[in-house]
Design a binder for this molecule. Structure first.
Ligand code: T46
Length: 152
């Protein structure tokens, strides 16, 4: 079943000196991290993203500044505002997403469960809608075929 994007909260291990967040494979992050990249220096008004991934799962962390992430998946649309380094947005499955309103100082750190593979990207919105519809119908078919249990 499609599980939508969701926010992960990291513990701040800081003390009177300042803040510290620790992230470990398969602990704070629900997958094995194979790739790390970061986005910074985005020009004012620029919209990034505008694609979906077929298989990739990622956690997006705004370690400095803020941004909005618009997500569309299944029959839902959600907006997530990332403005704390203790928040991560977990995105997996077929989710069309874009990043907007990046502050001038925004640094977006991304932890991914696979290497870069352009073939995993759907960059055409109509193609995304087609694949999403196919997935929704397949899931409805699976639900209809599942046995129903009656109470005895
Ligand atoms: C995503 C959002 C959150 C690489 O060669 N290796 C990499 O690991 C990545 C991430 C990108 N690239 C190349 C591909 C493009 O030629 O870097 C260029 C810019 O990538 P793109 O236009 O896809 O960047 P964004 O900011 O639109 O999207 C990125 C990630 O690509 C994407 O997976 O989910 O950040």
């Amino acid at each position: 079943m499609t599980i939508g994007p969701n926010i992960i909260h990291f513990k701040d291990l800081g003390d009177q000196r300042g803040c510290l967040v620790a992230i470990e494979n398969l602990r704070q992050i629900p997958f094995e991290i194979k790739r790390v990249y970061y986005i910074y220096g985005t020009r004012h008004g620029v919209v990034r993203g505008l694609h979906a991934h077929r298989k990739l799962r990622q956690v997006l962390i705004c370690v400095k500044g803020s941004l909005d992430i618009y997500c569309e998946y299944a029959n839902e649309r959600k907006l997530f505002r990332l403005d704390k380094p203790t928040m991560g947005l977990d995105i997996g499955g077929l989710v069309w997403h874009d990043m907007r309103n990046l502050s001038e100082d925004c640094v977006l750190l991304v932890l991914a469960n696979d290497f870069y593979n352009e073939a995993d990207y759907i960059r055409d919105y109509q193609e995304f809608l087609g694949e999403k519809e196919g997935m929704i119908h397949a899931e409805e078919g699976i639900q209809r075929r599942s046995p129903s249990y009656s109470k005895h």
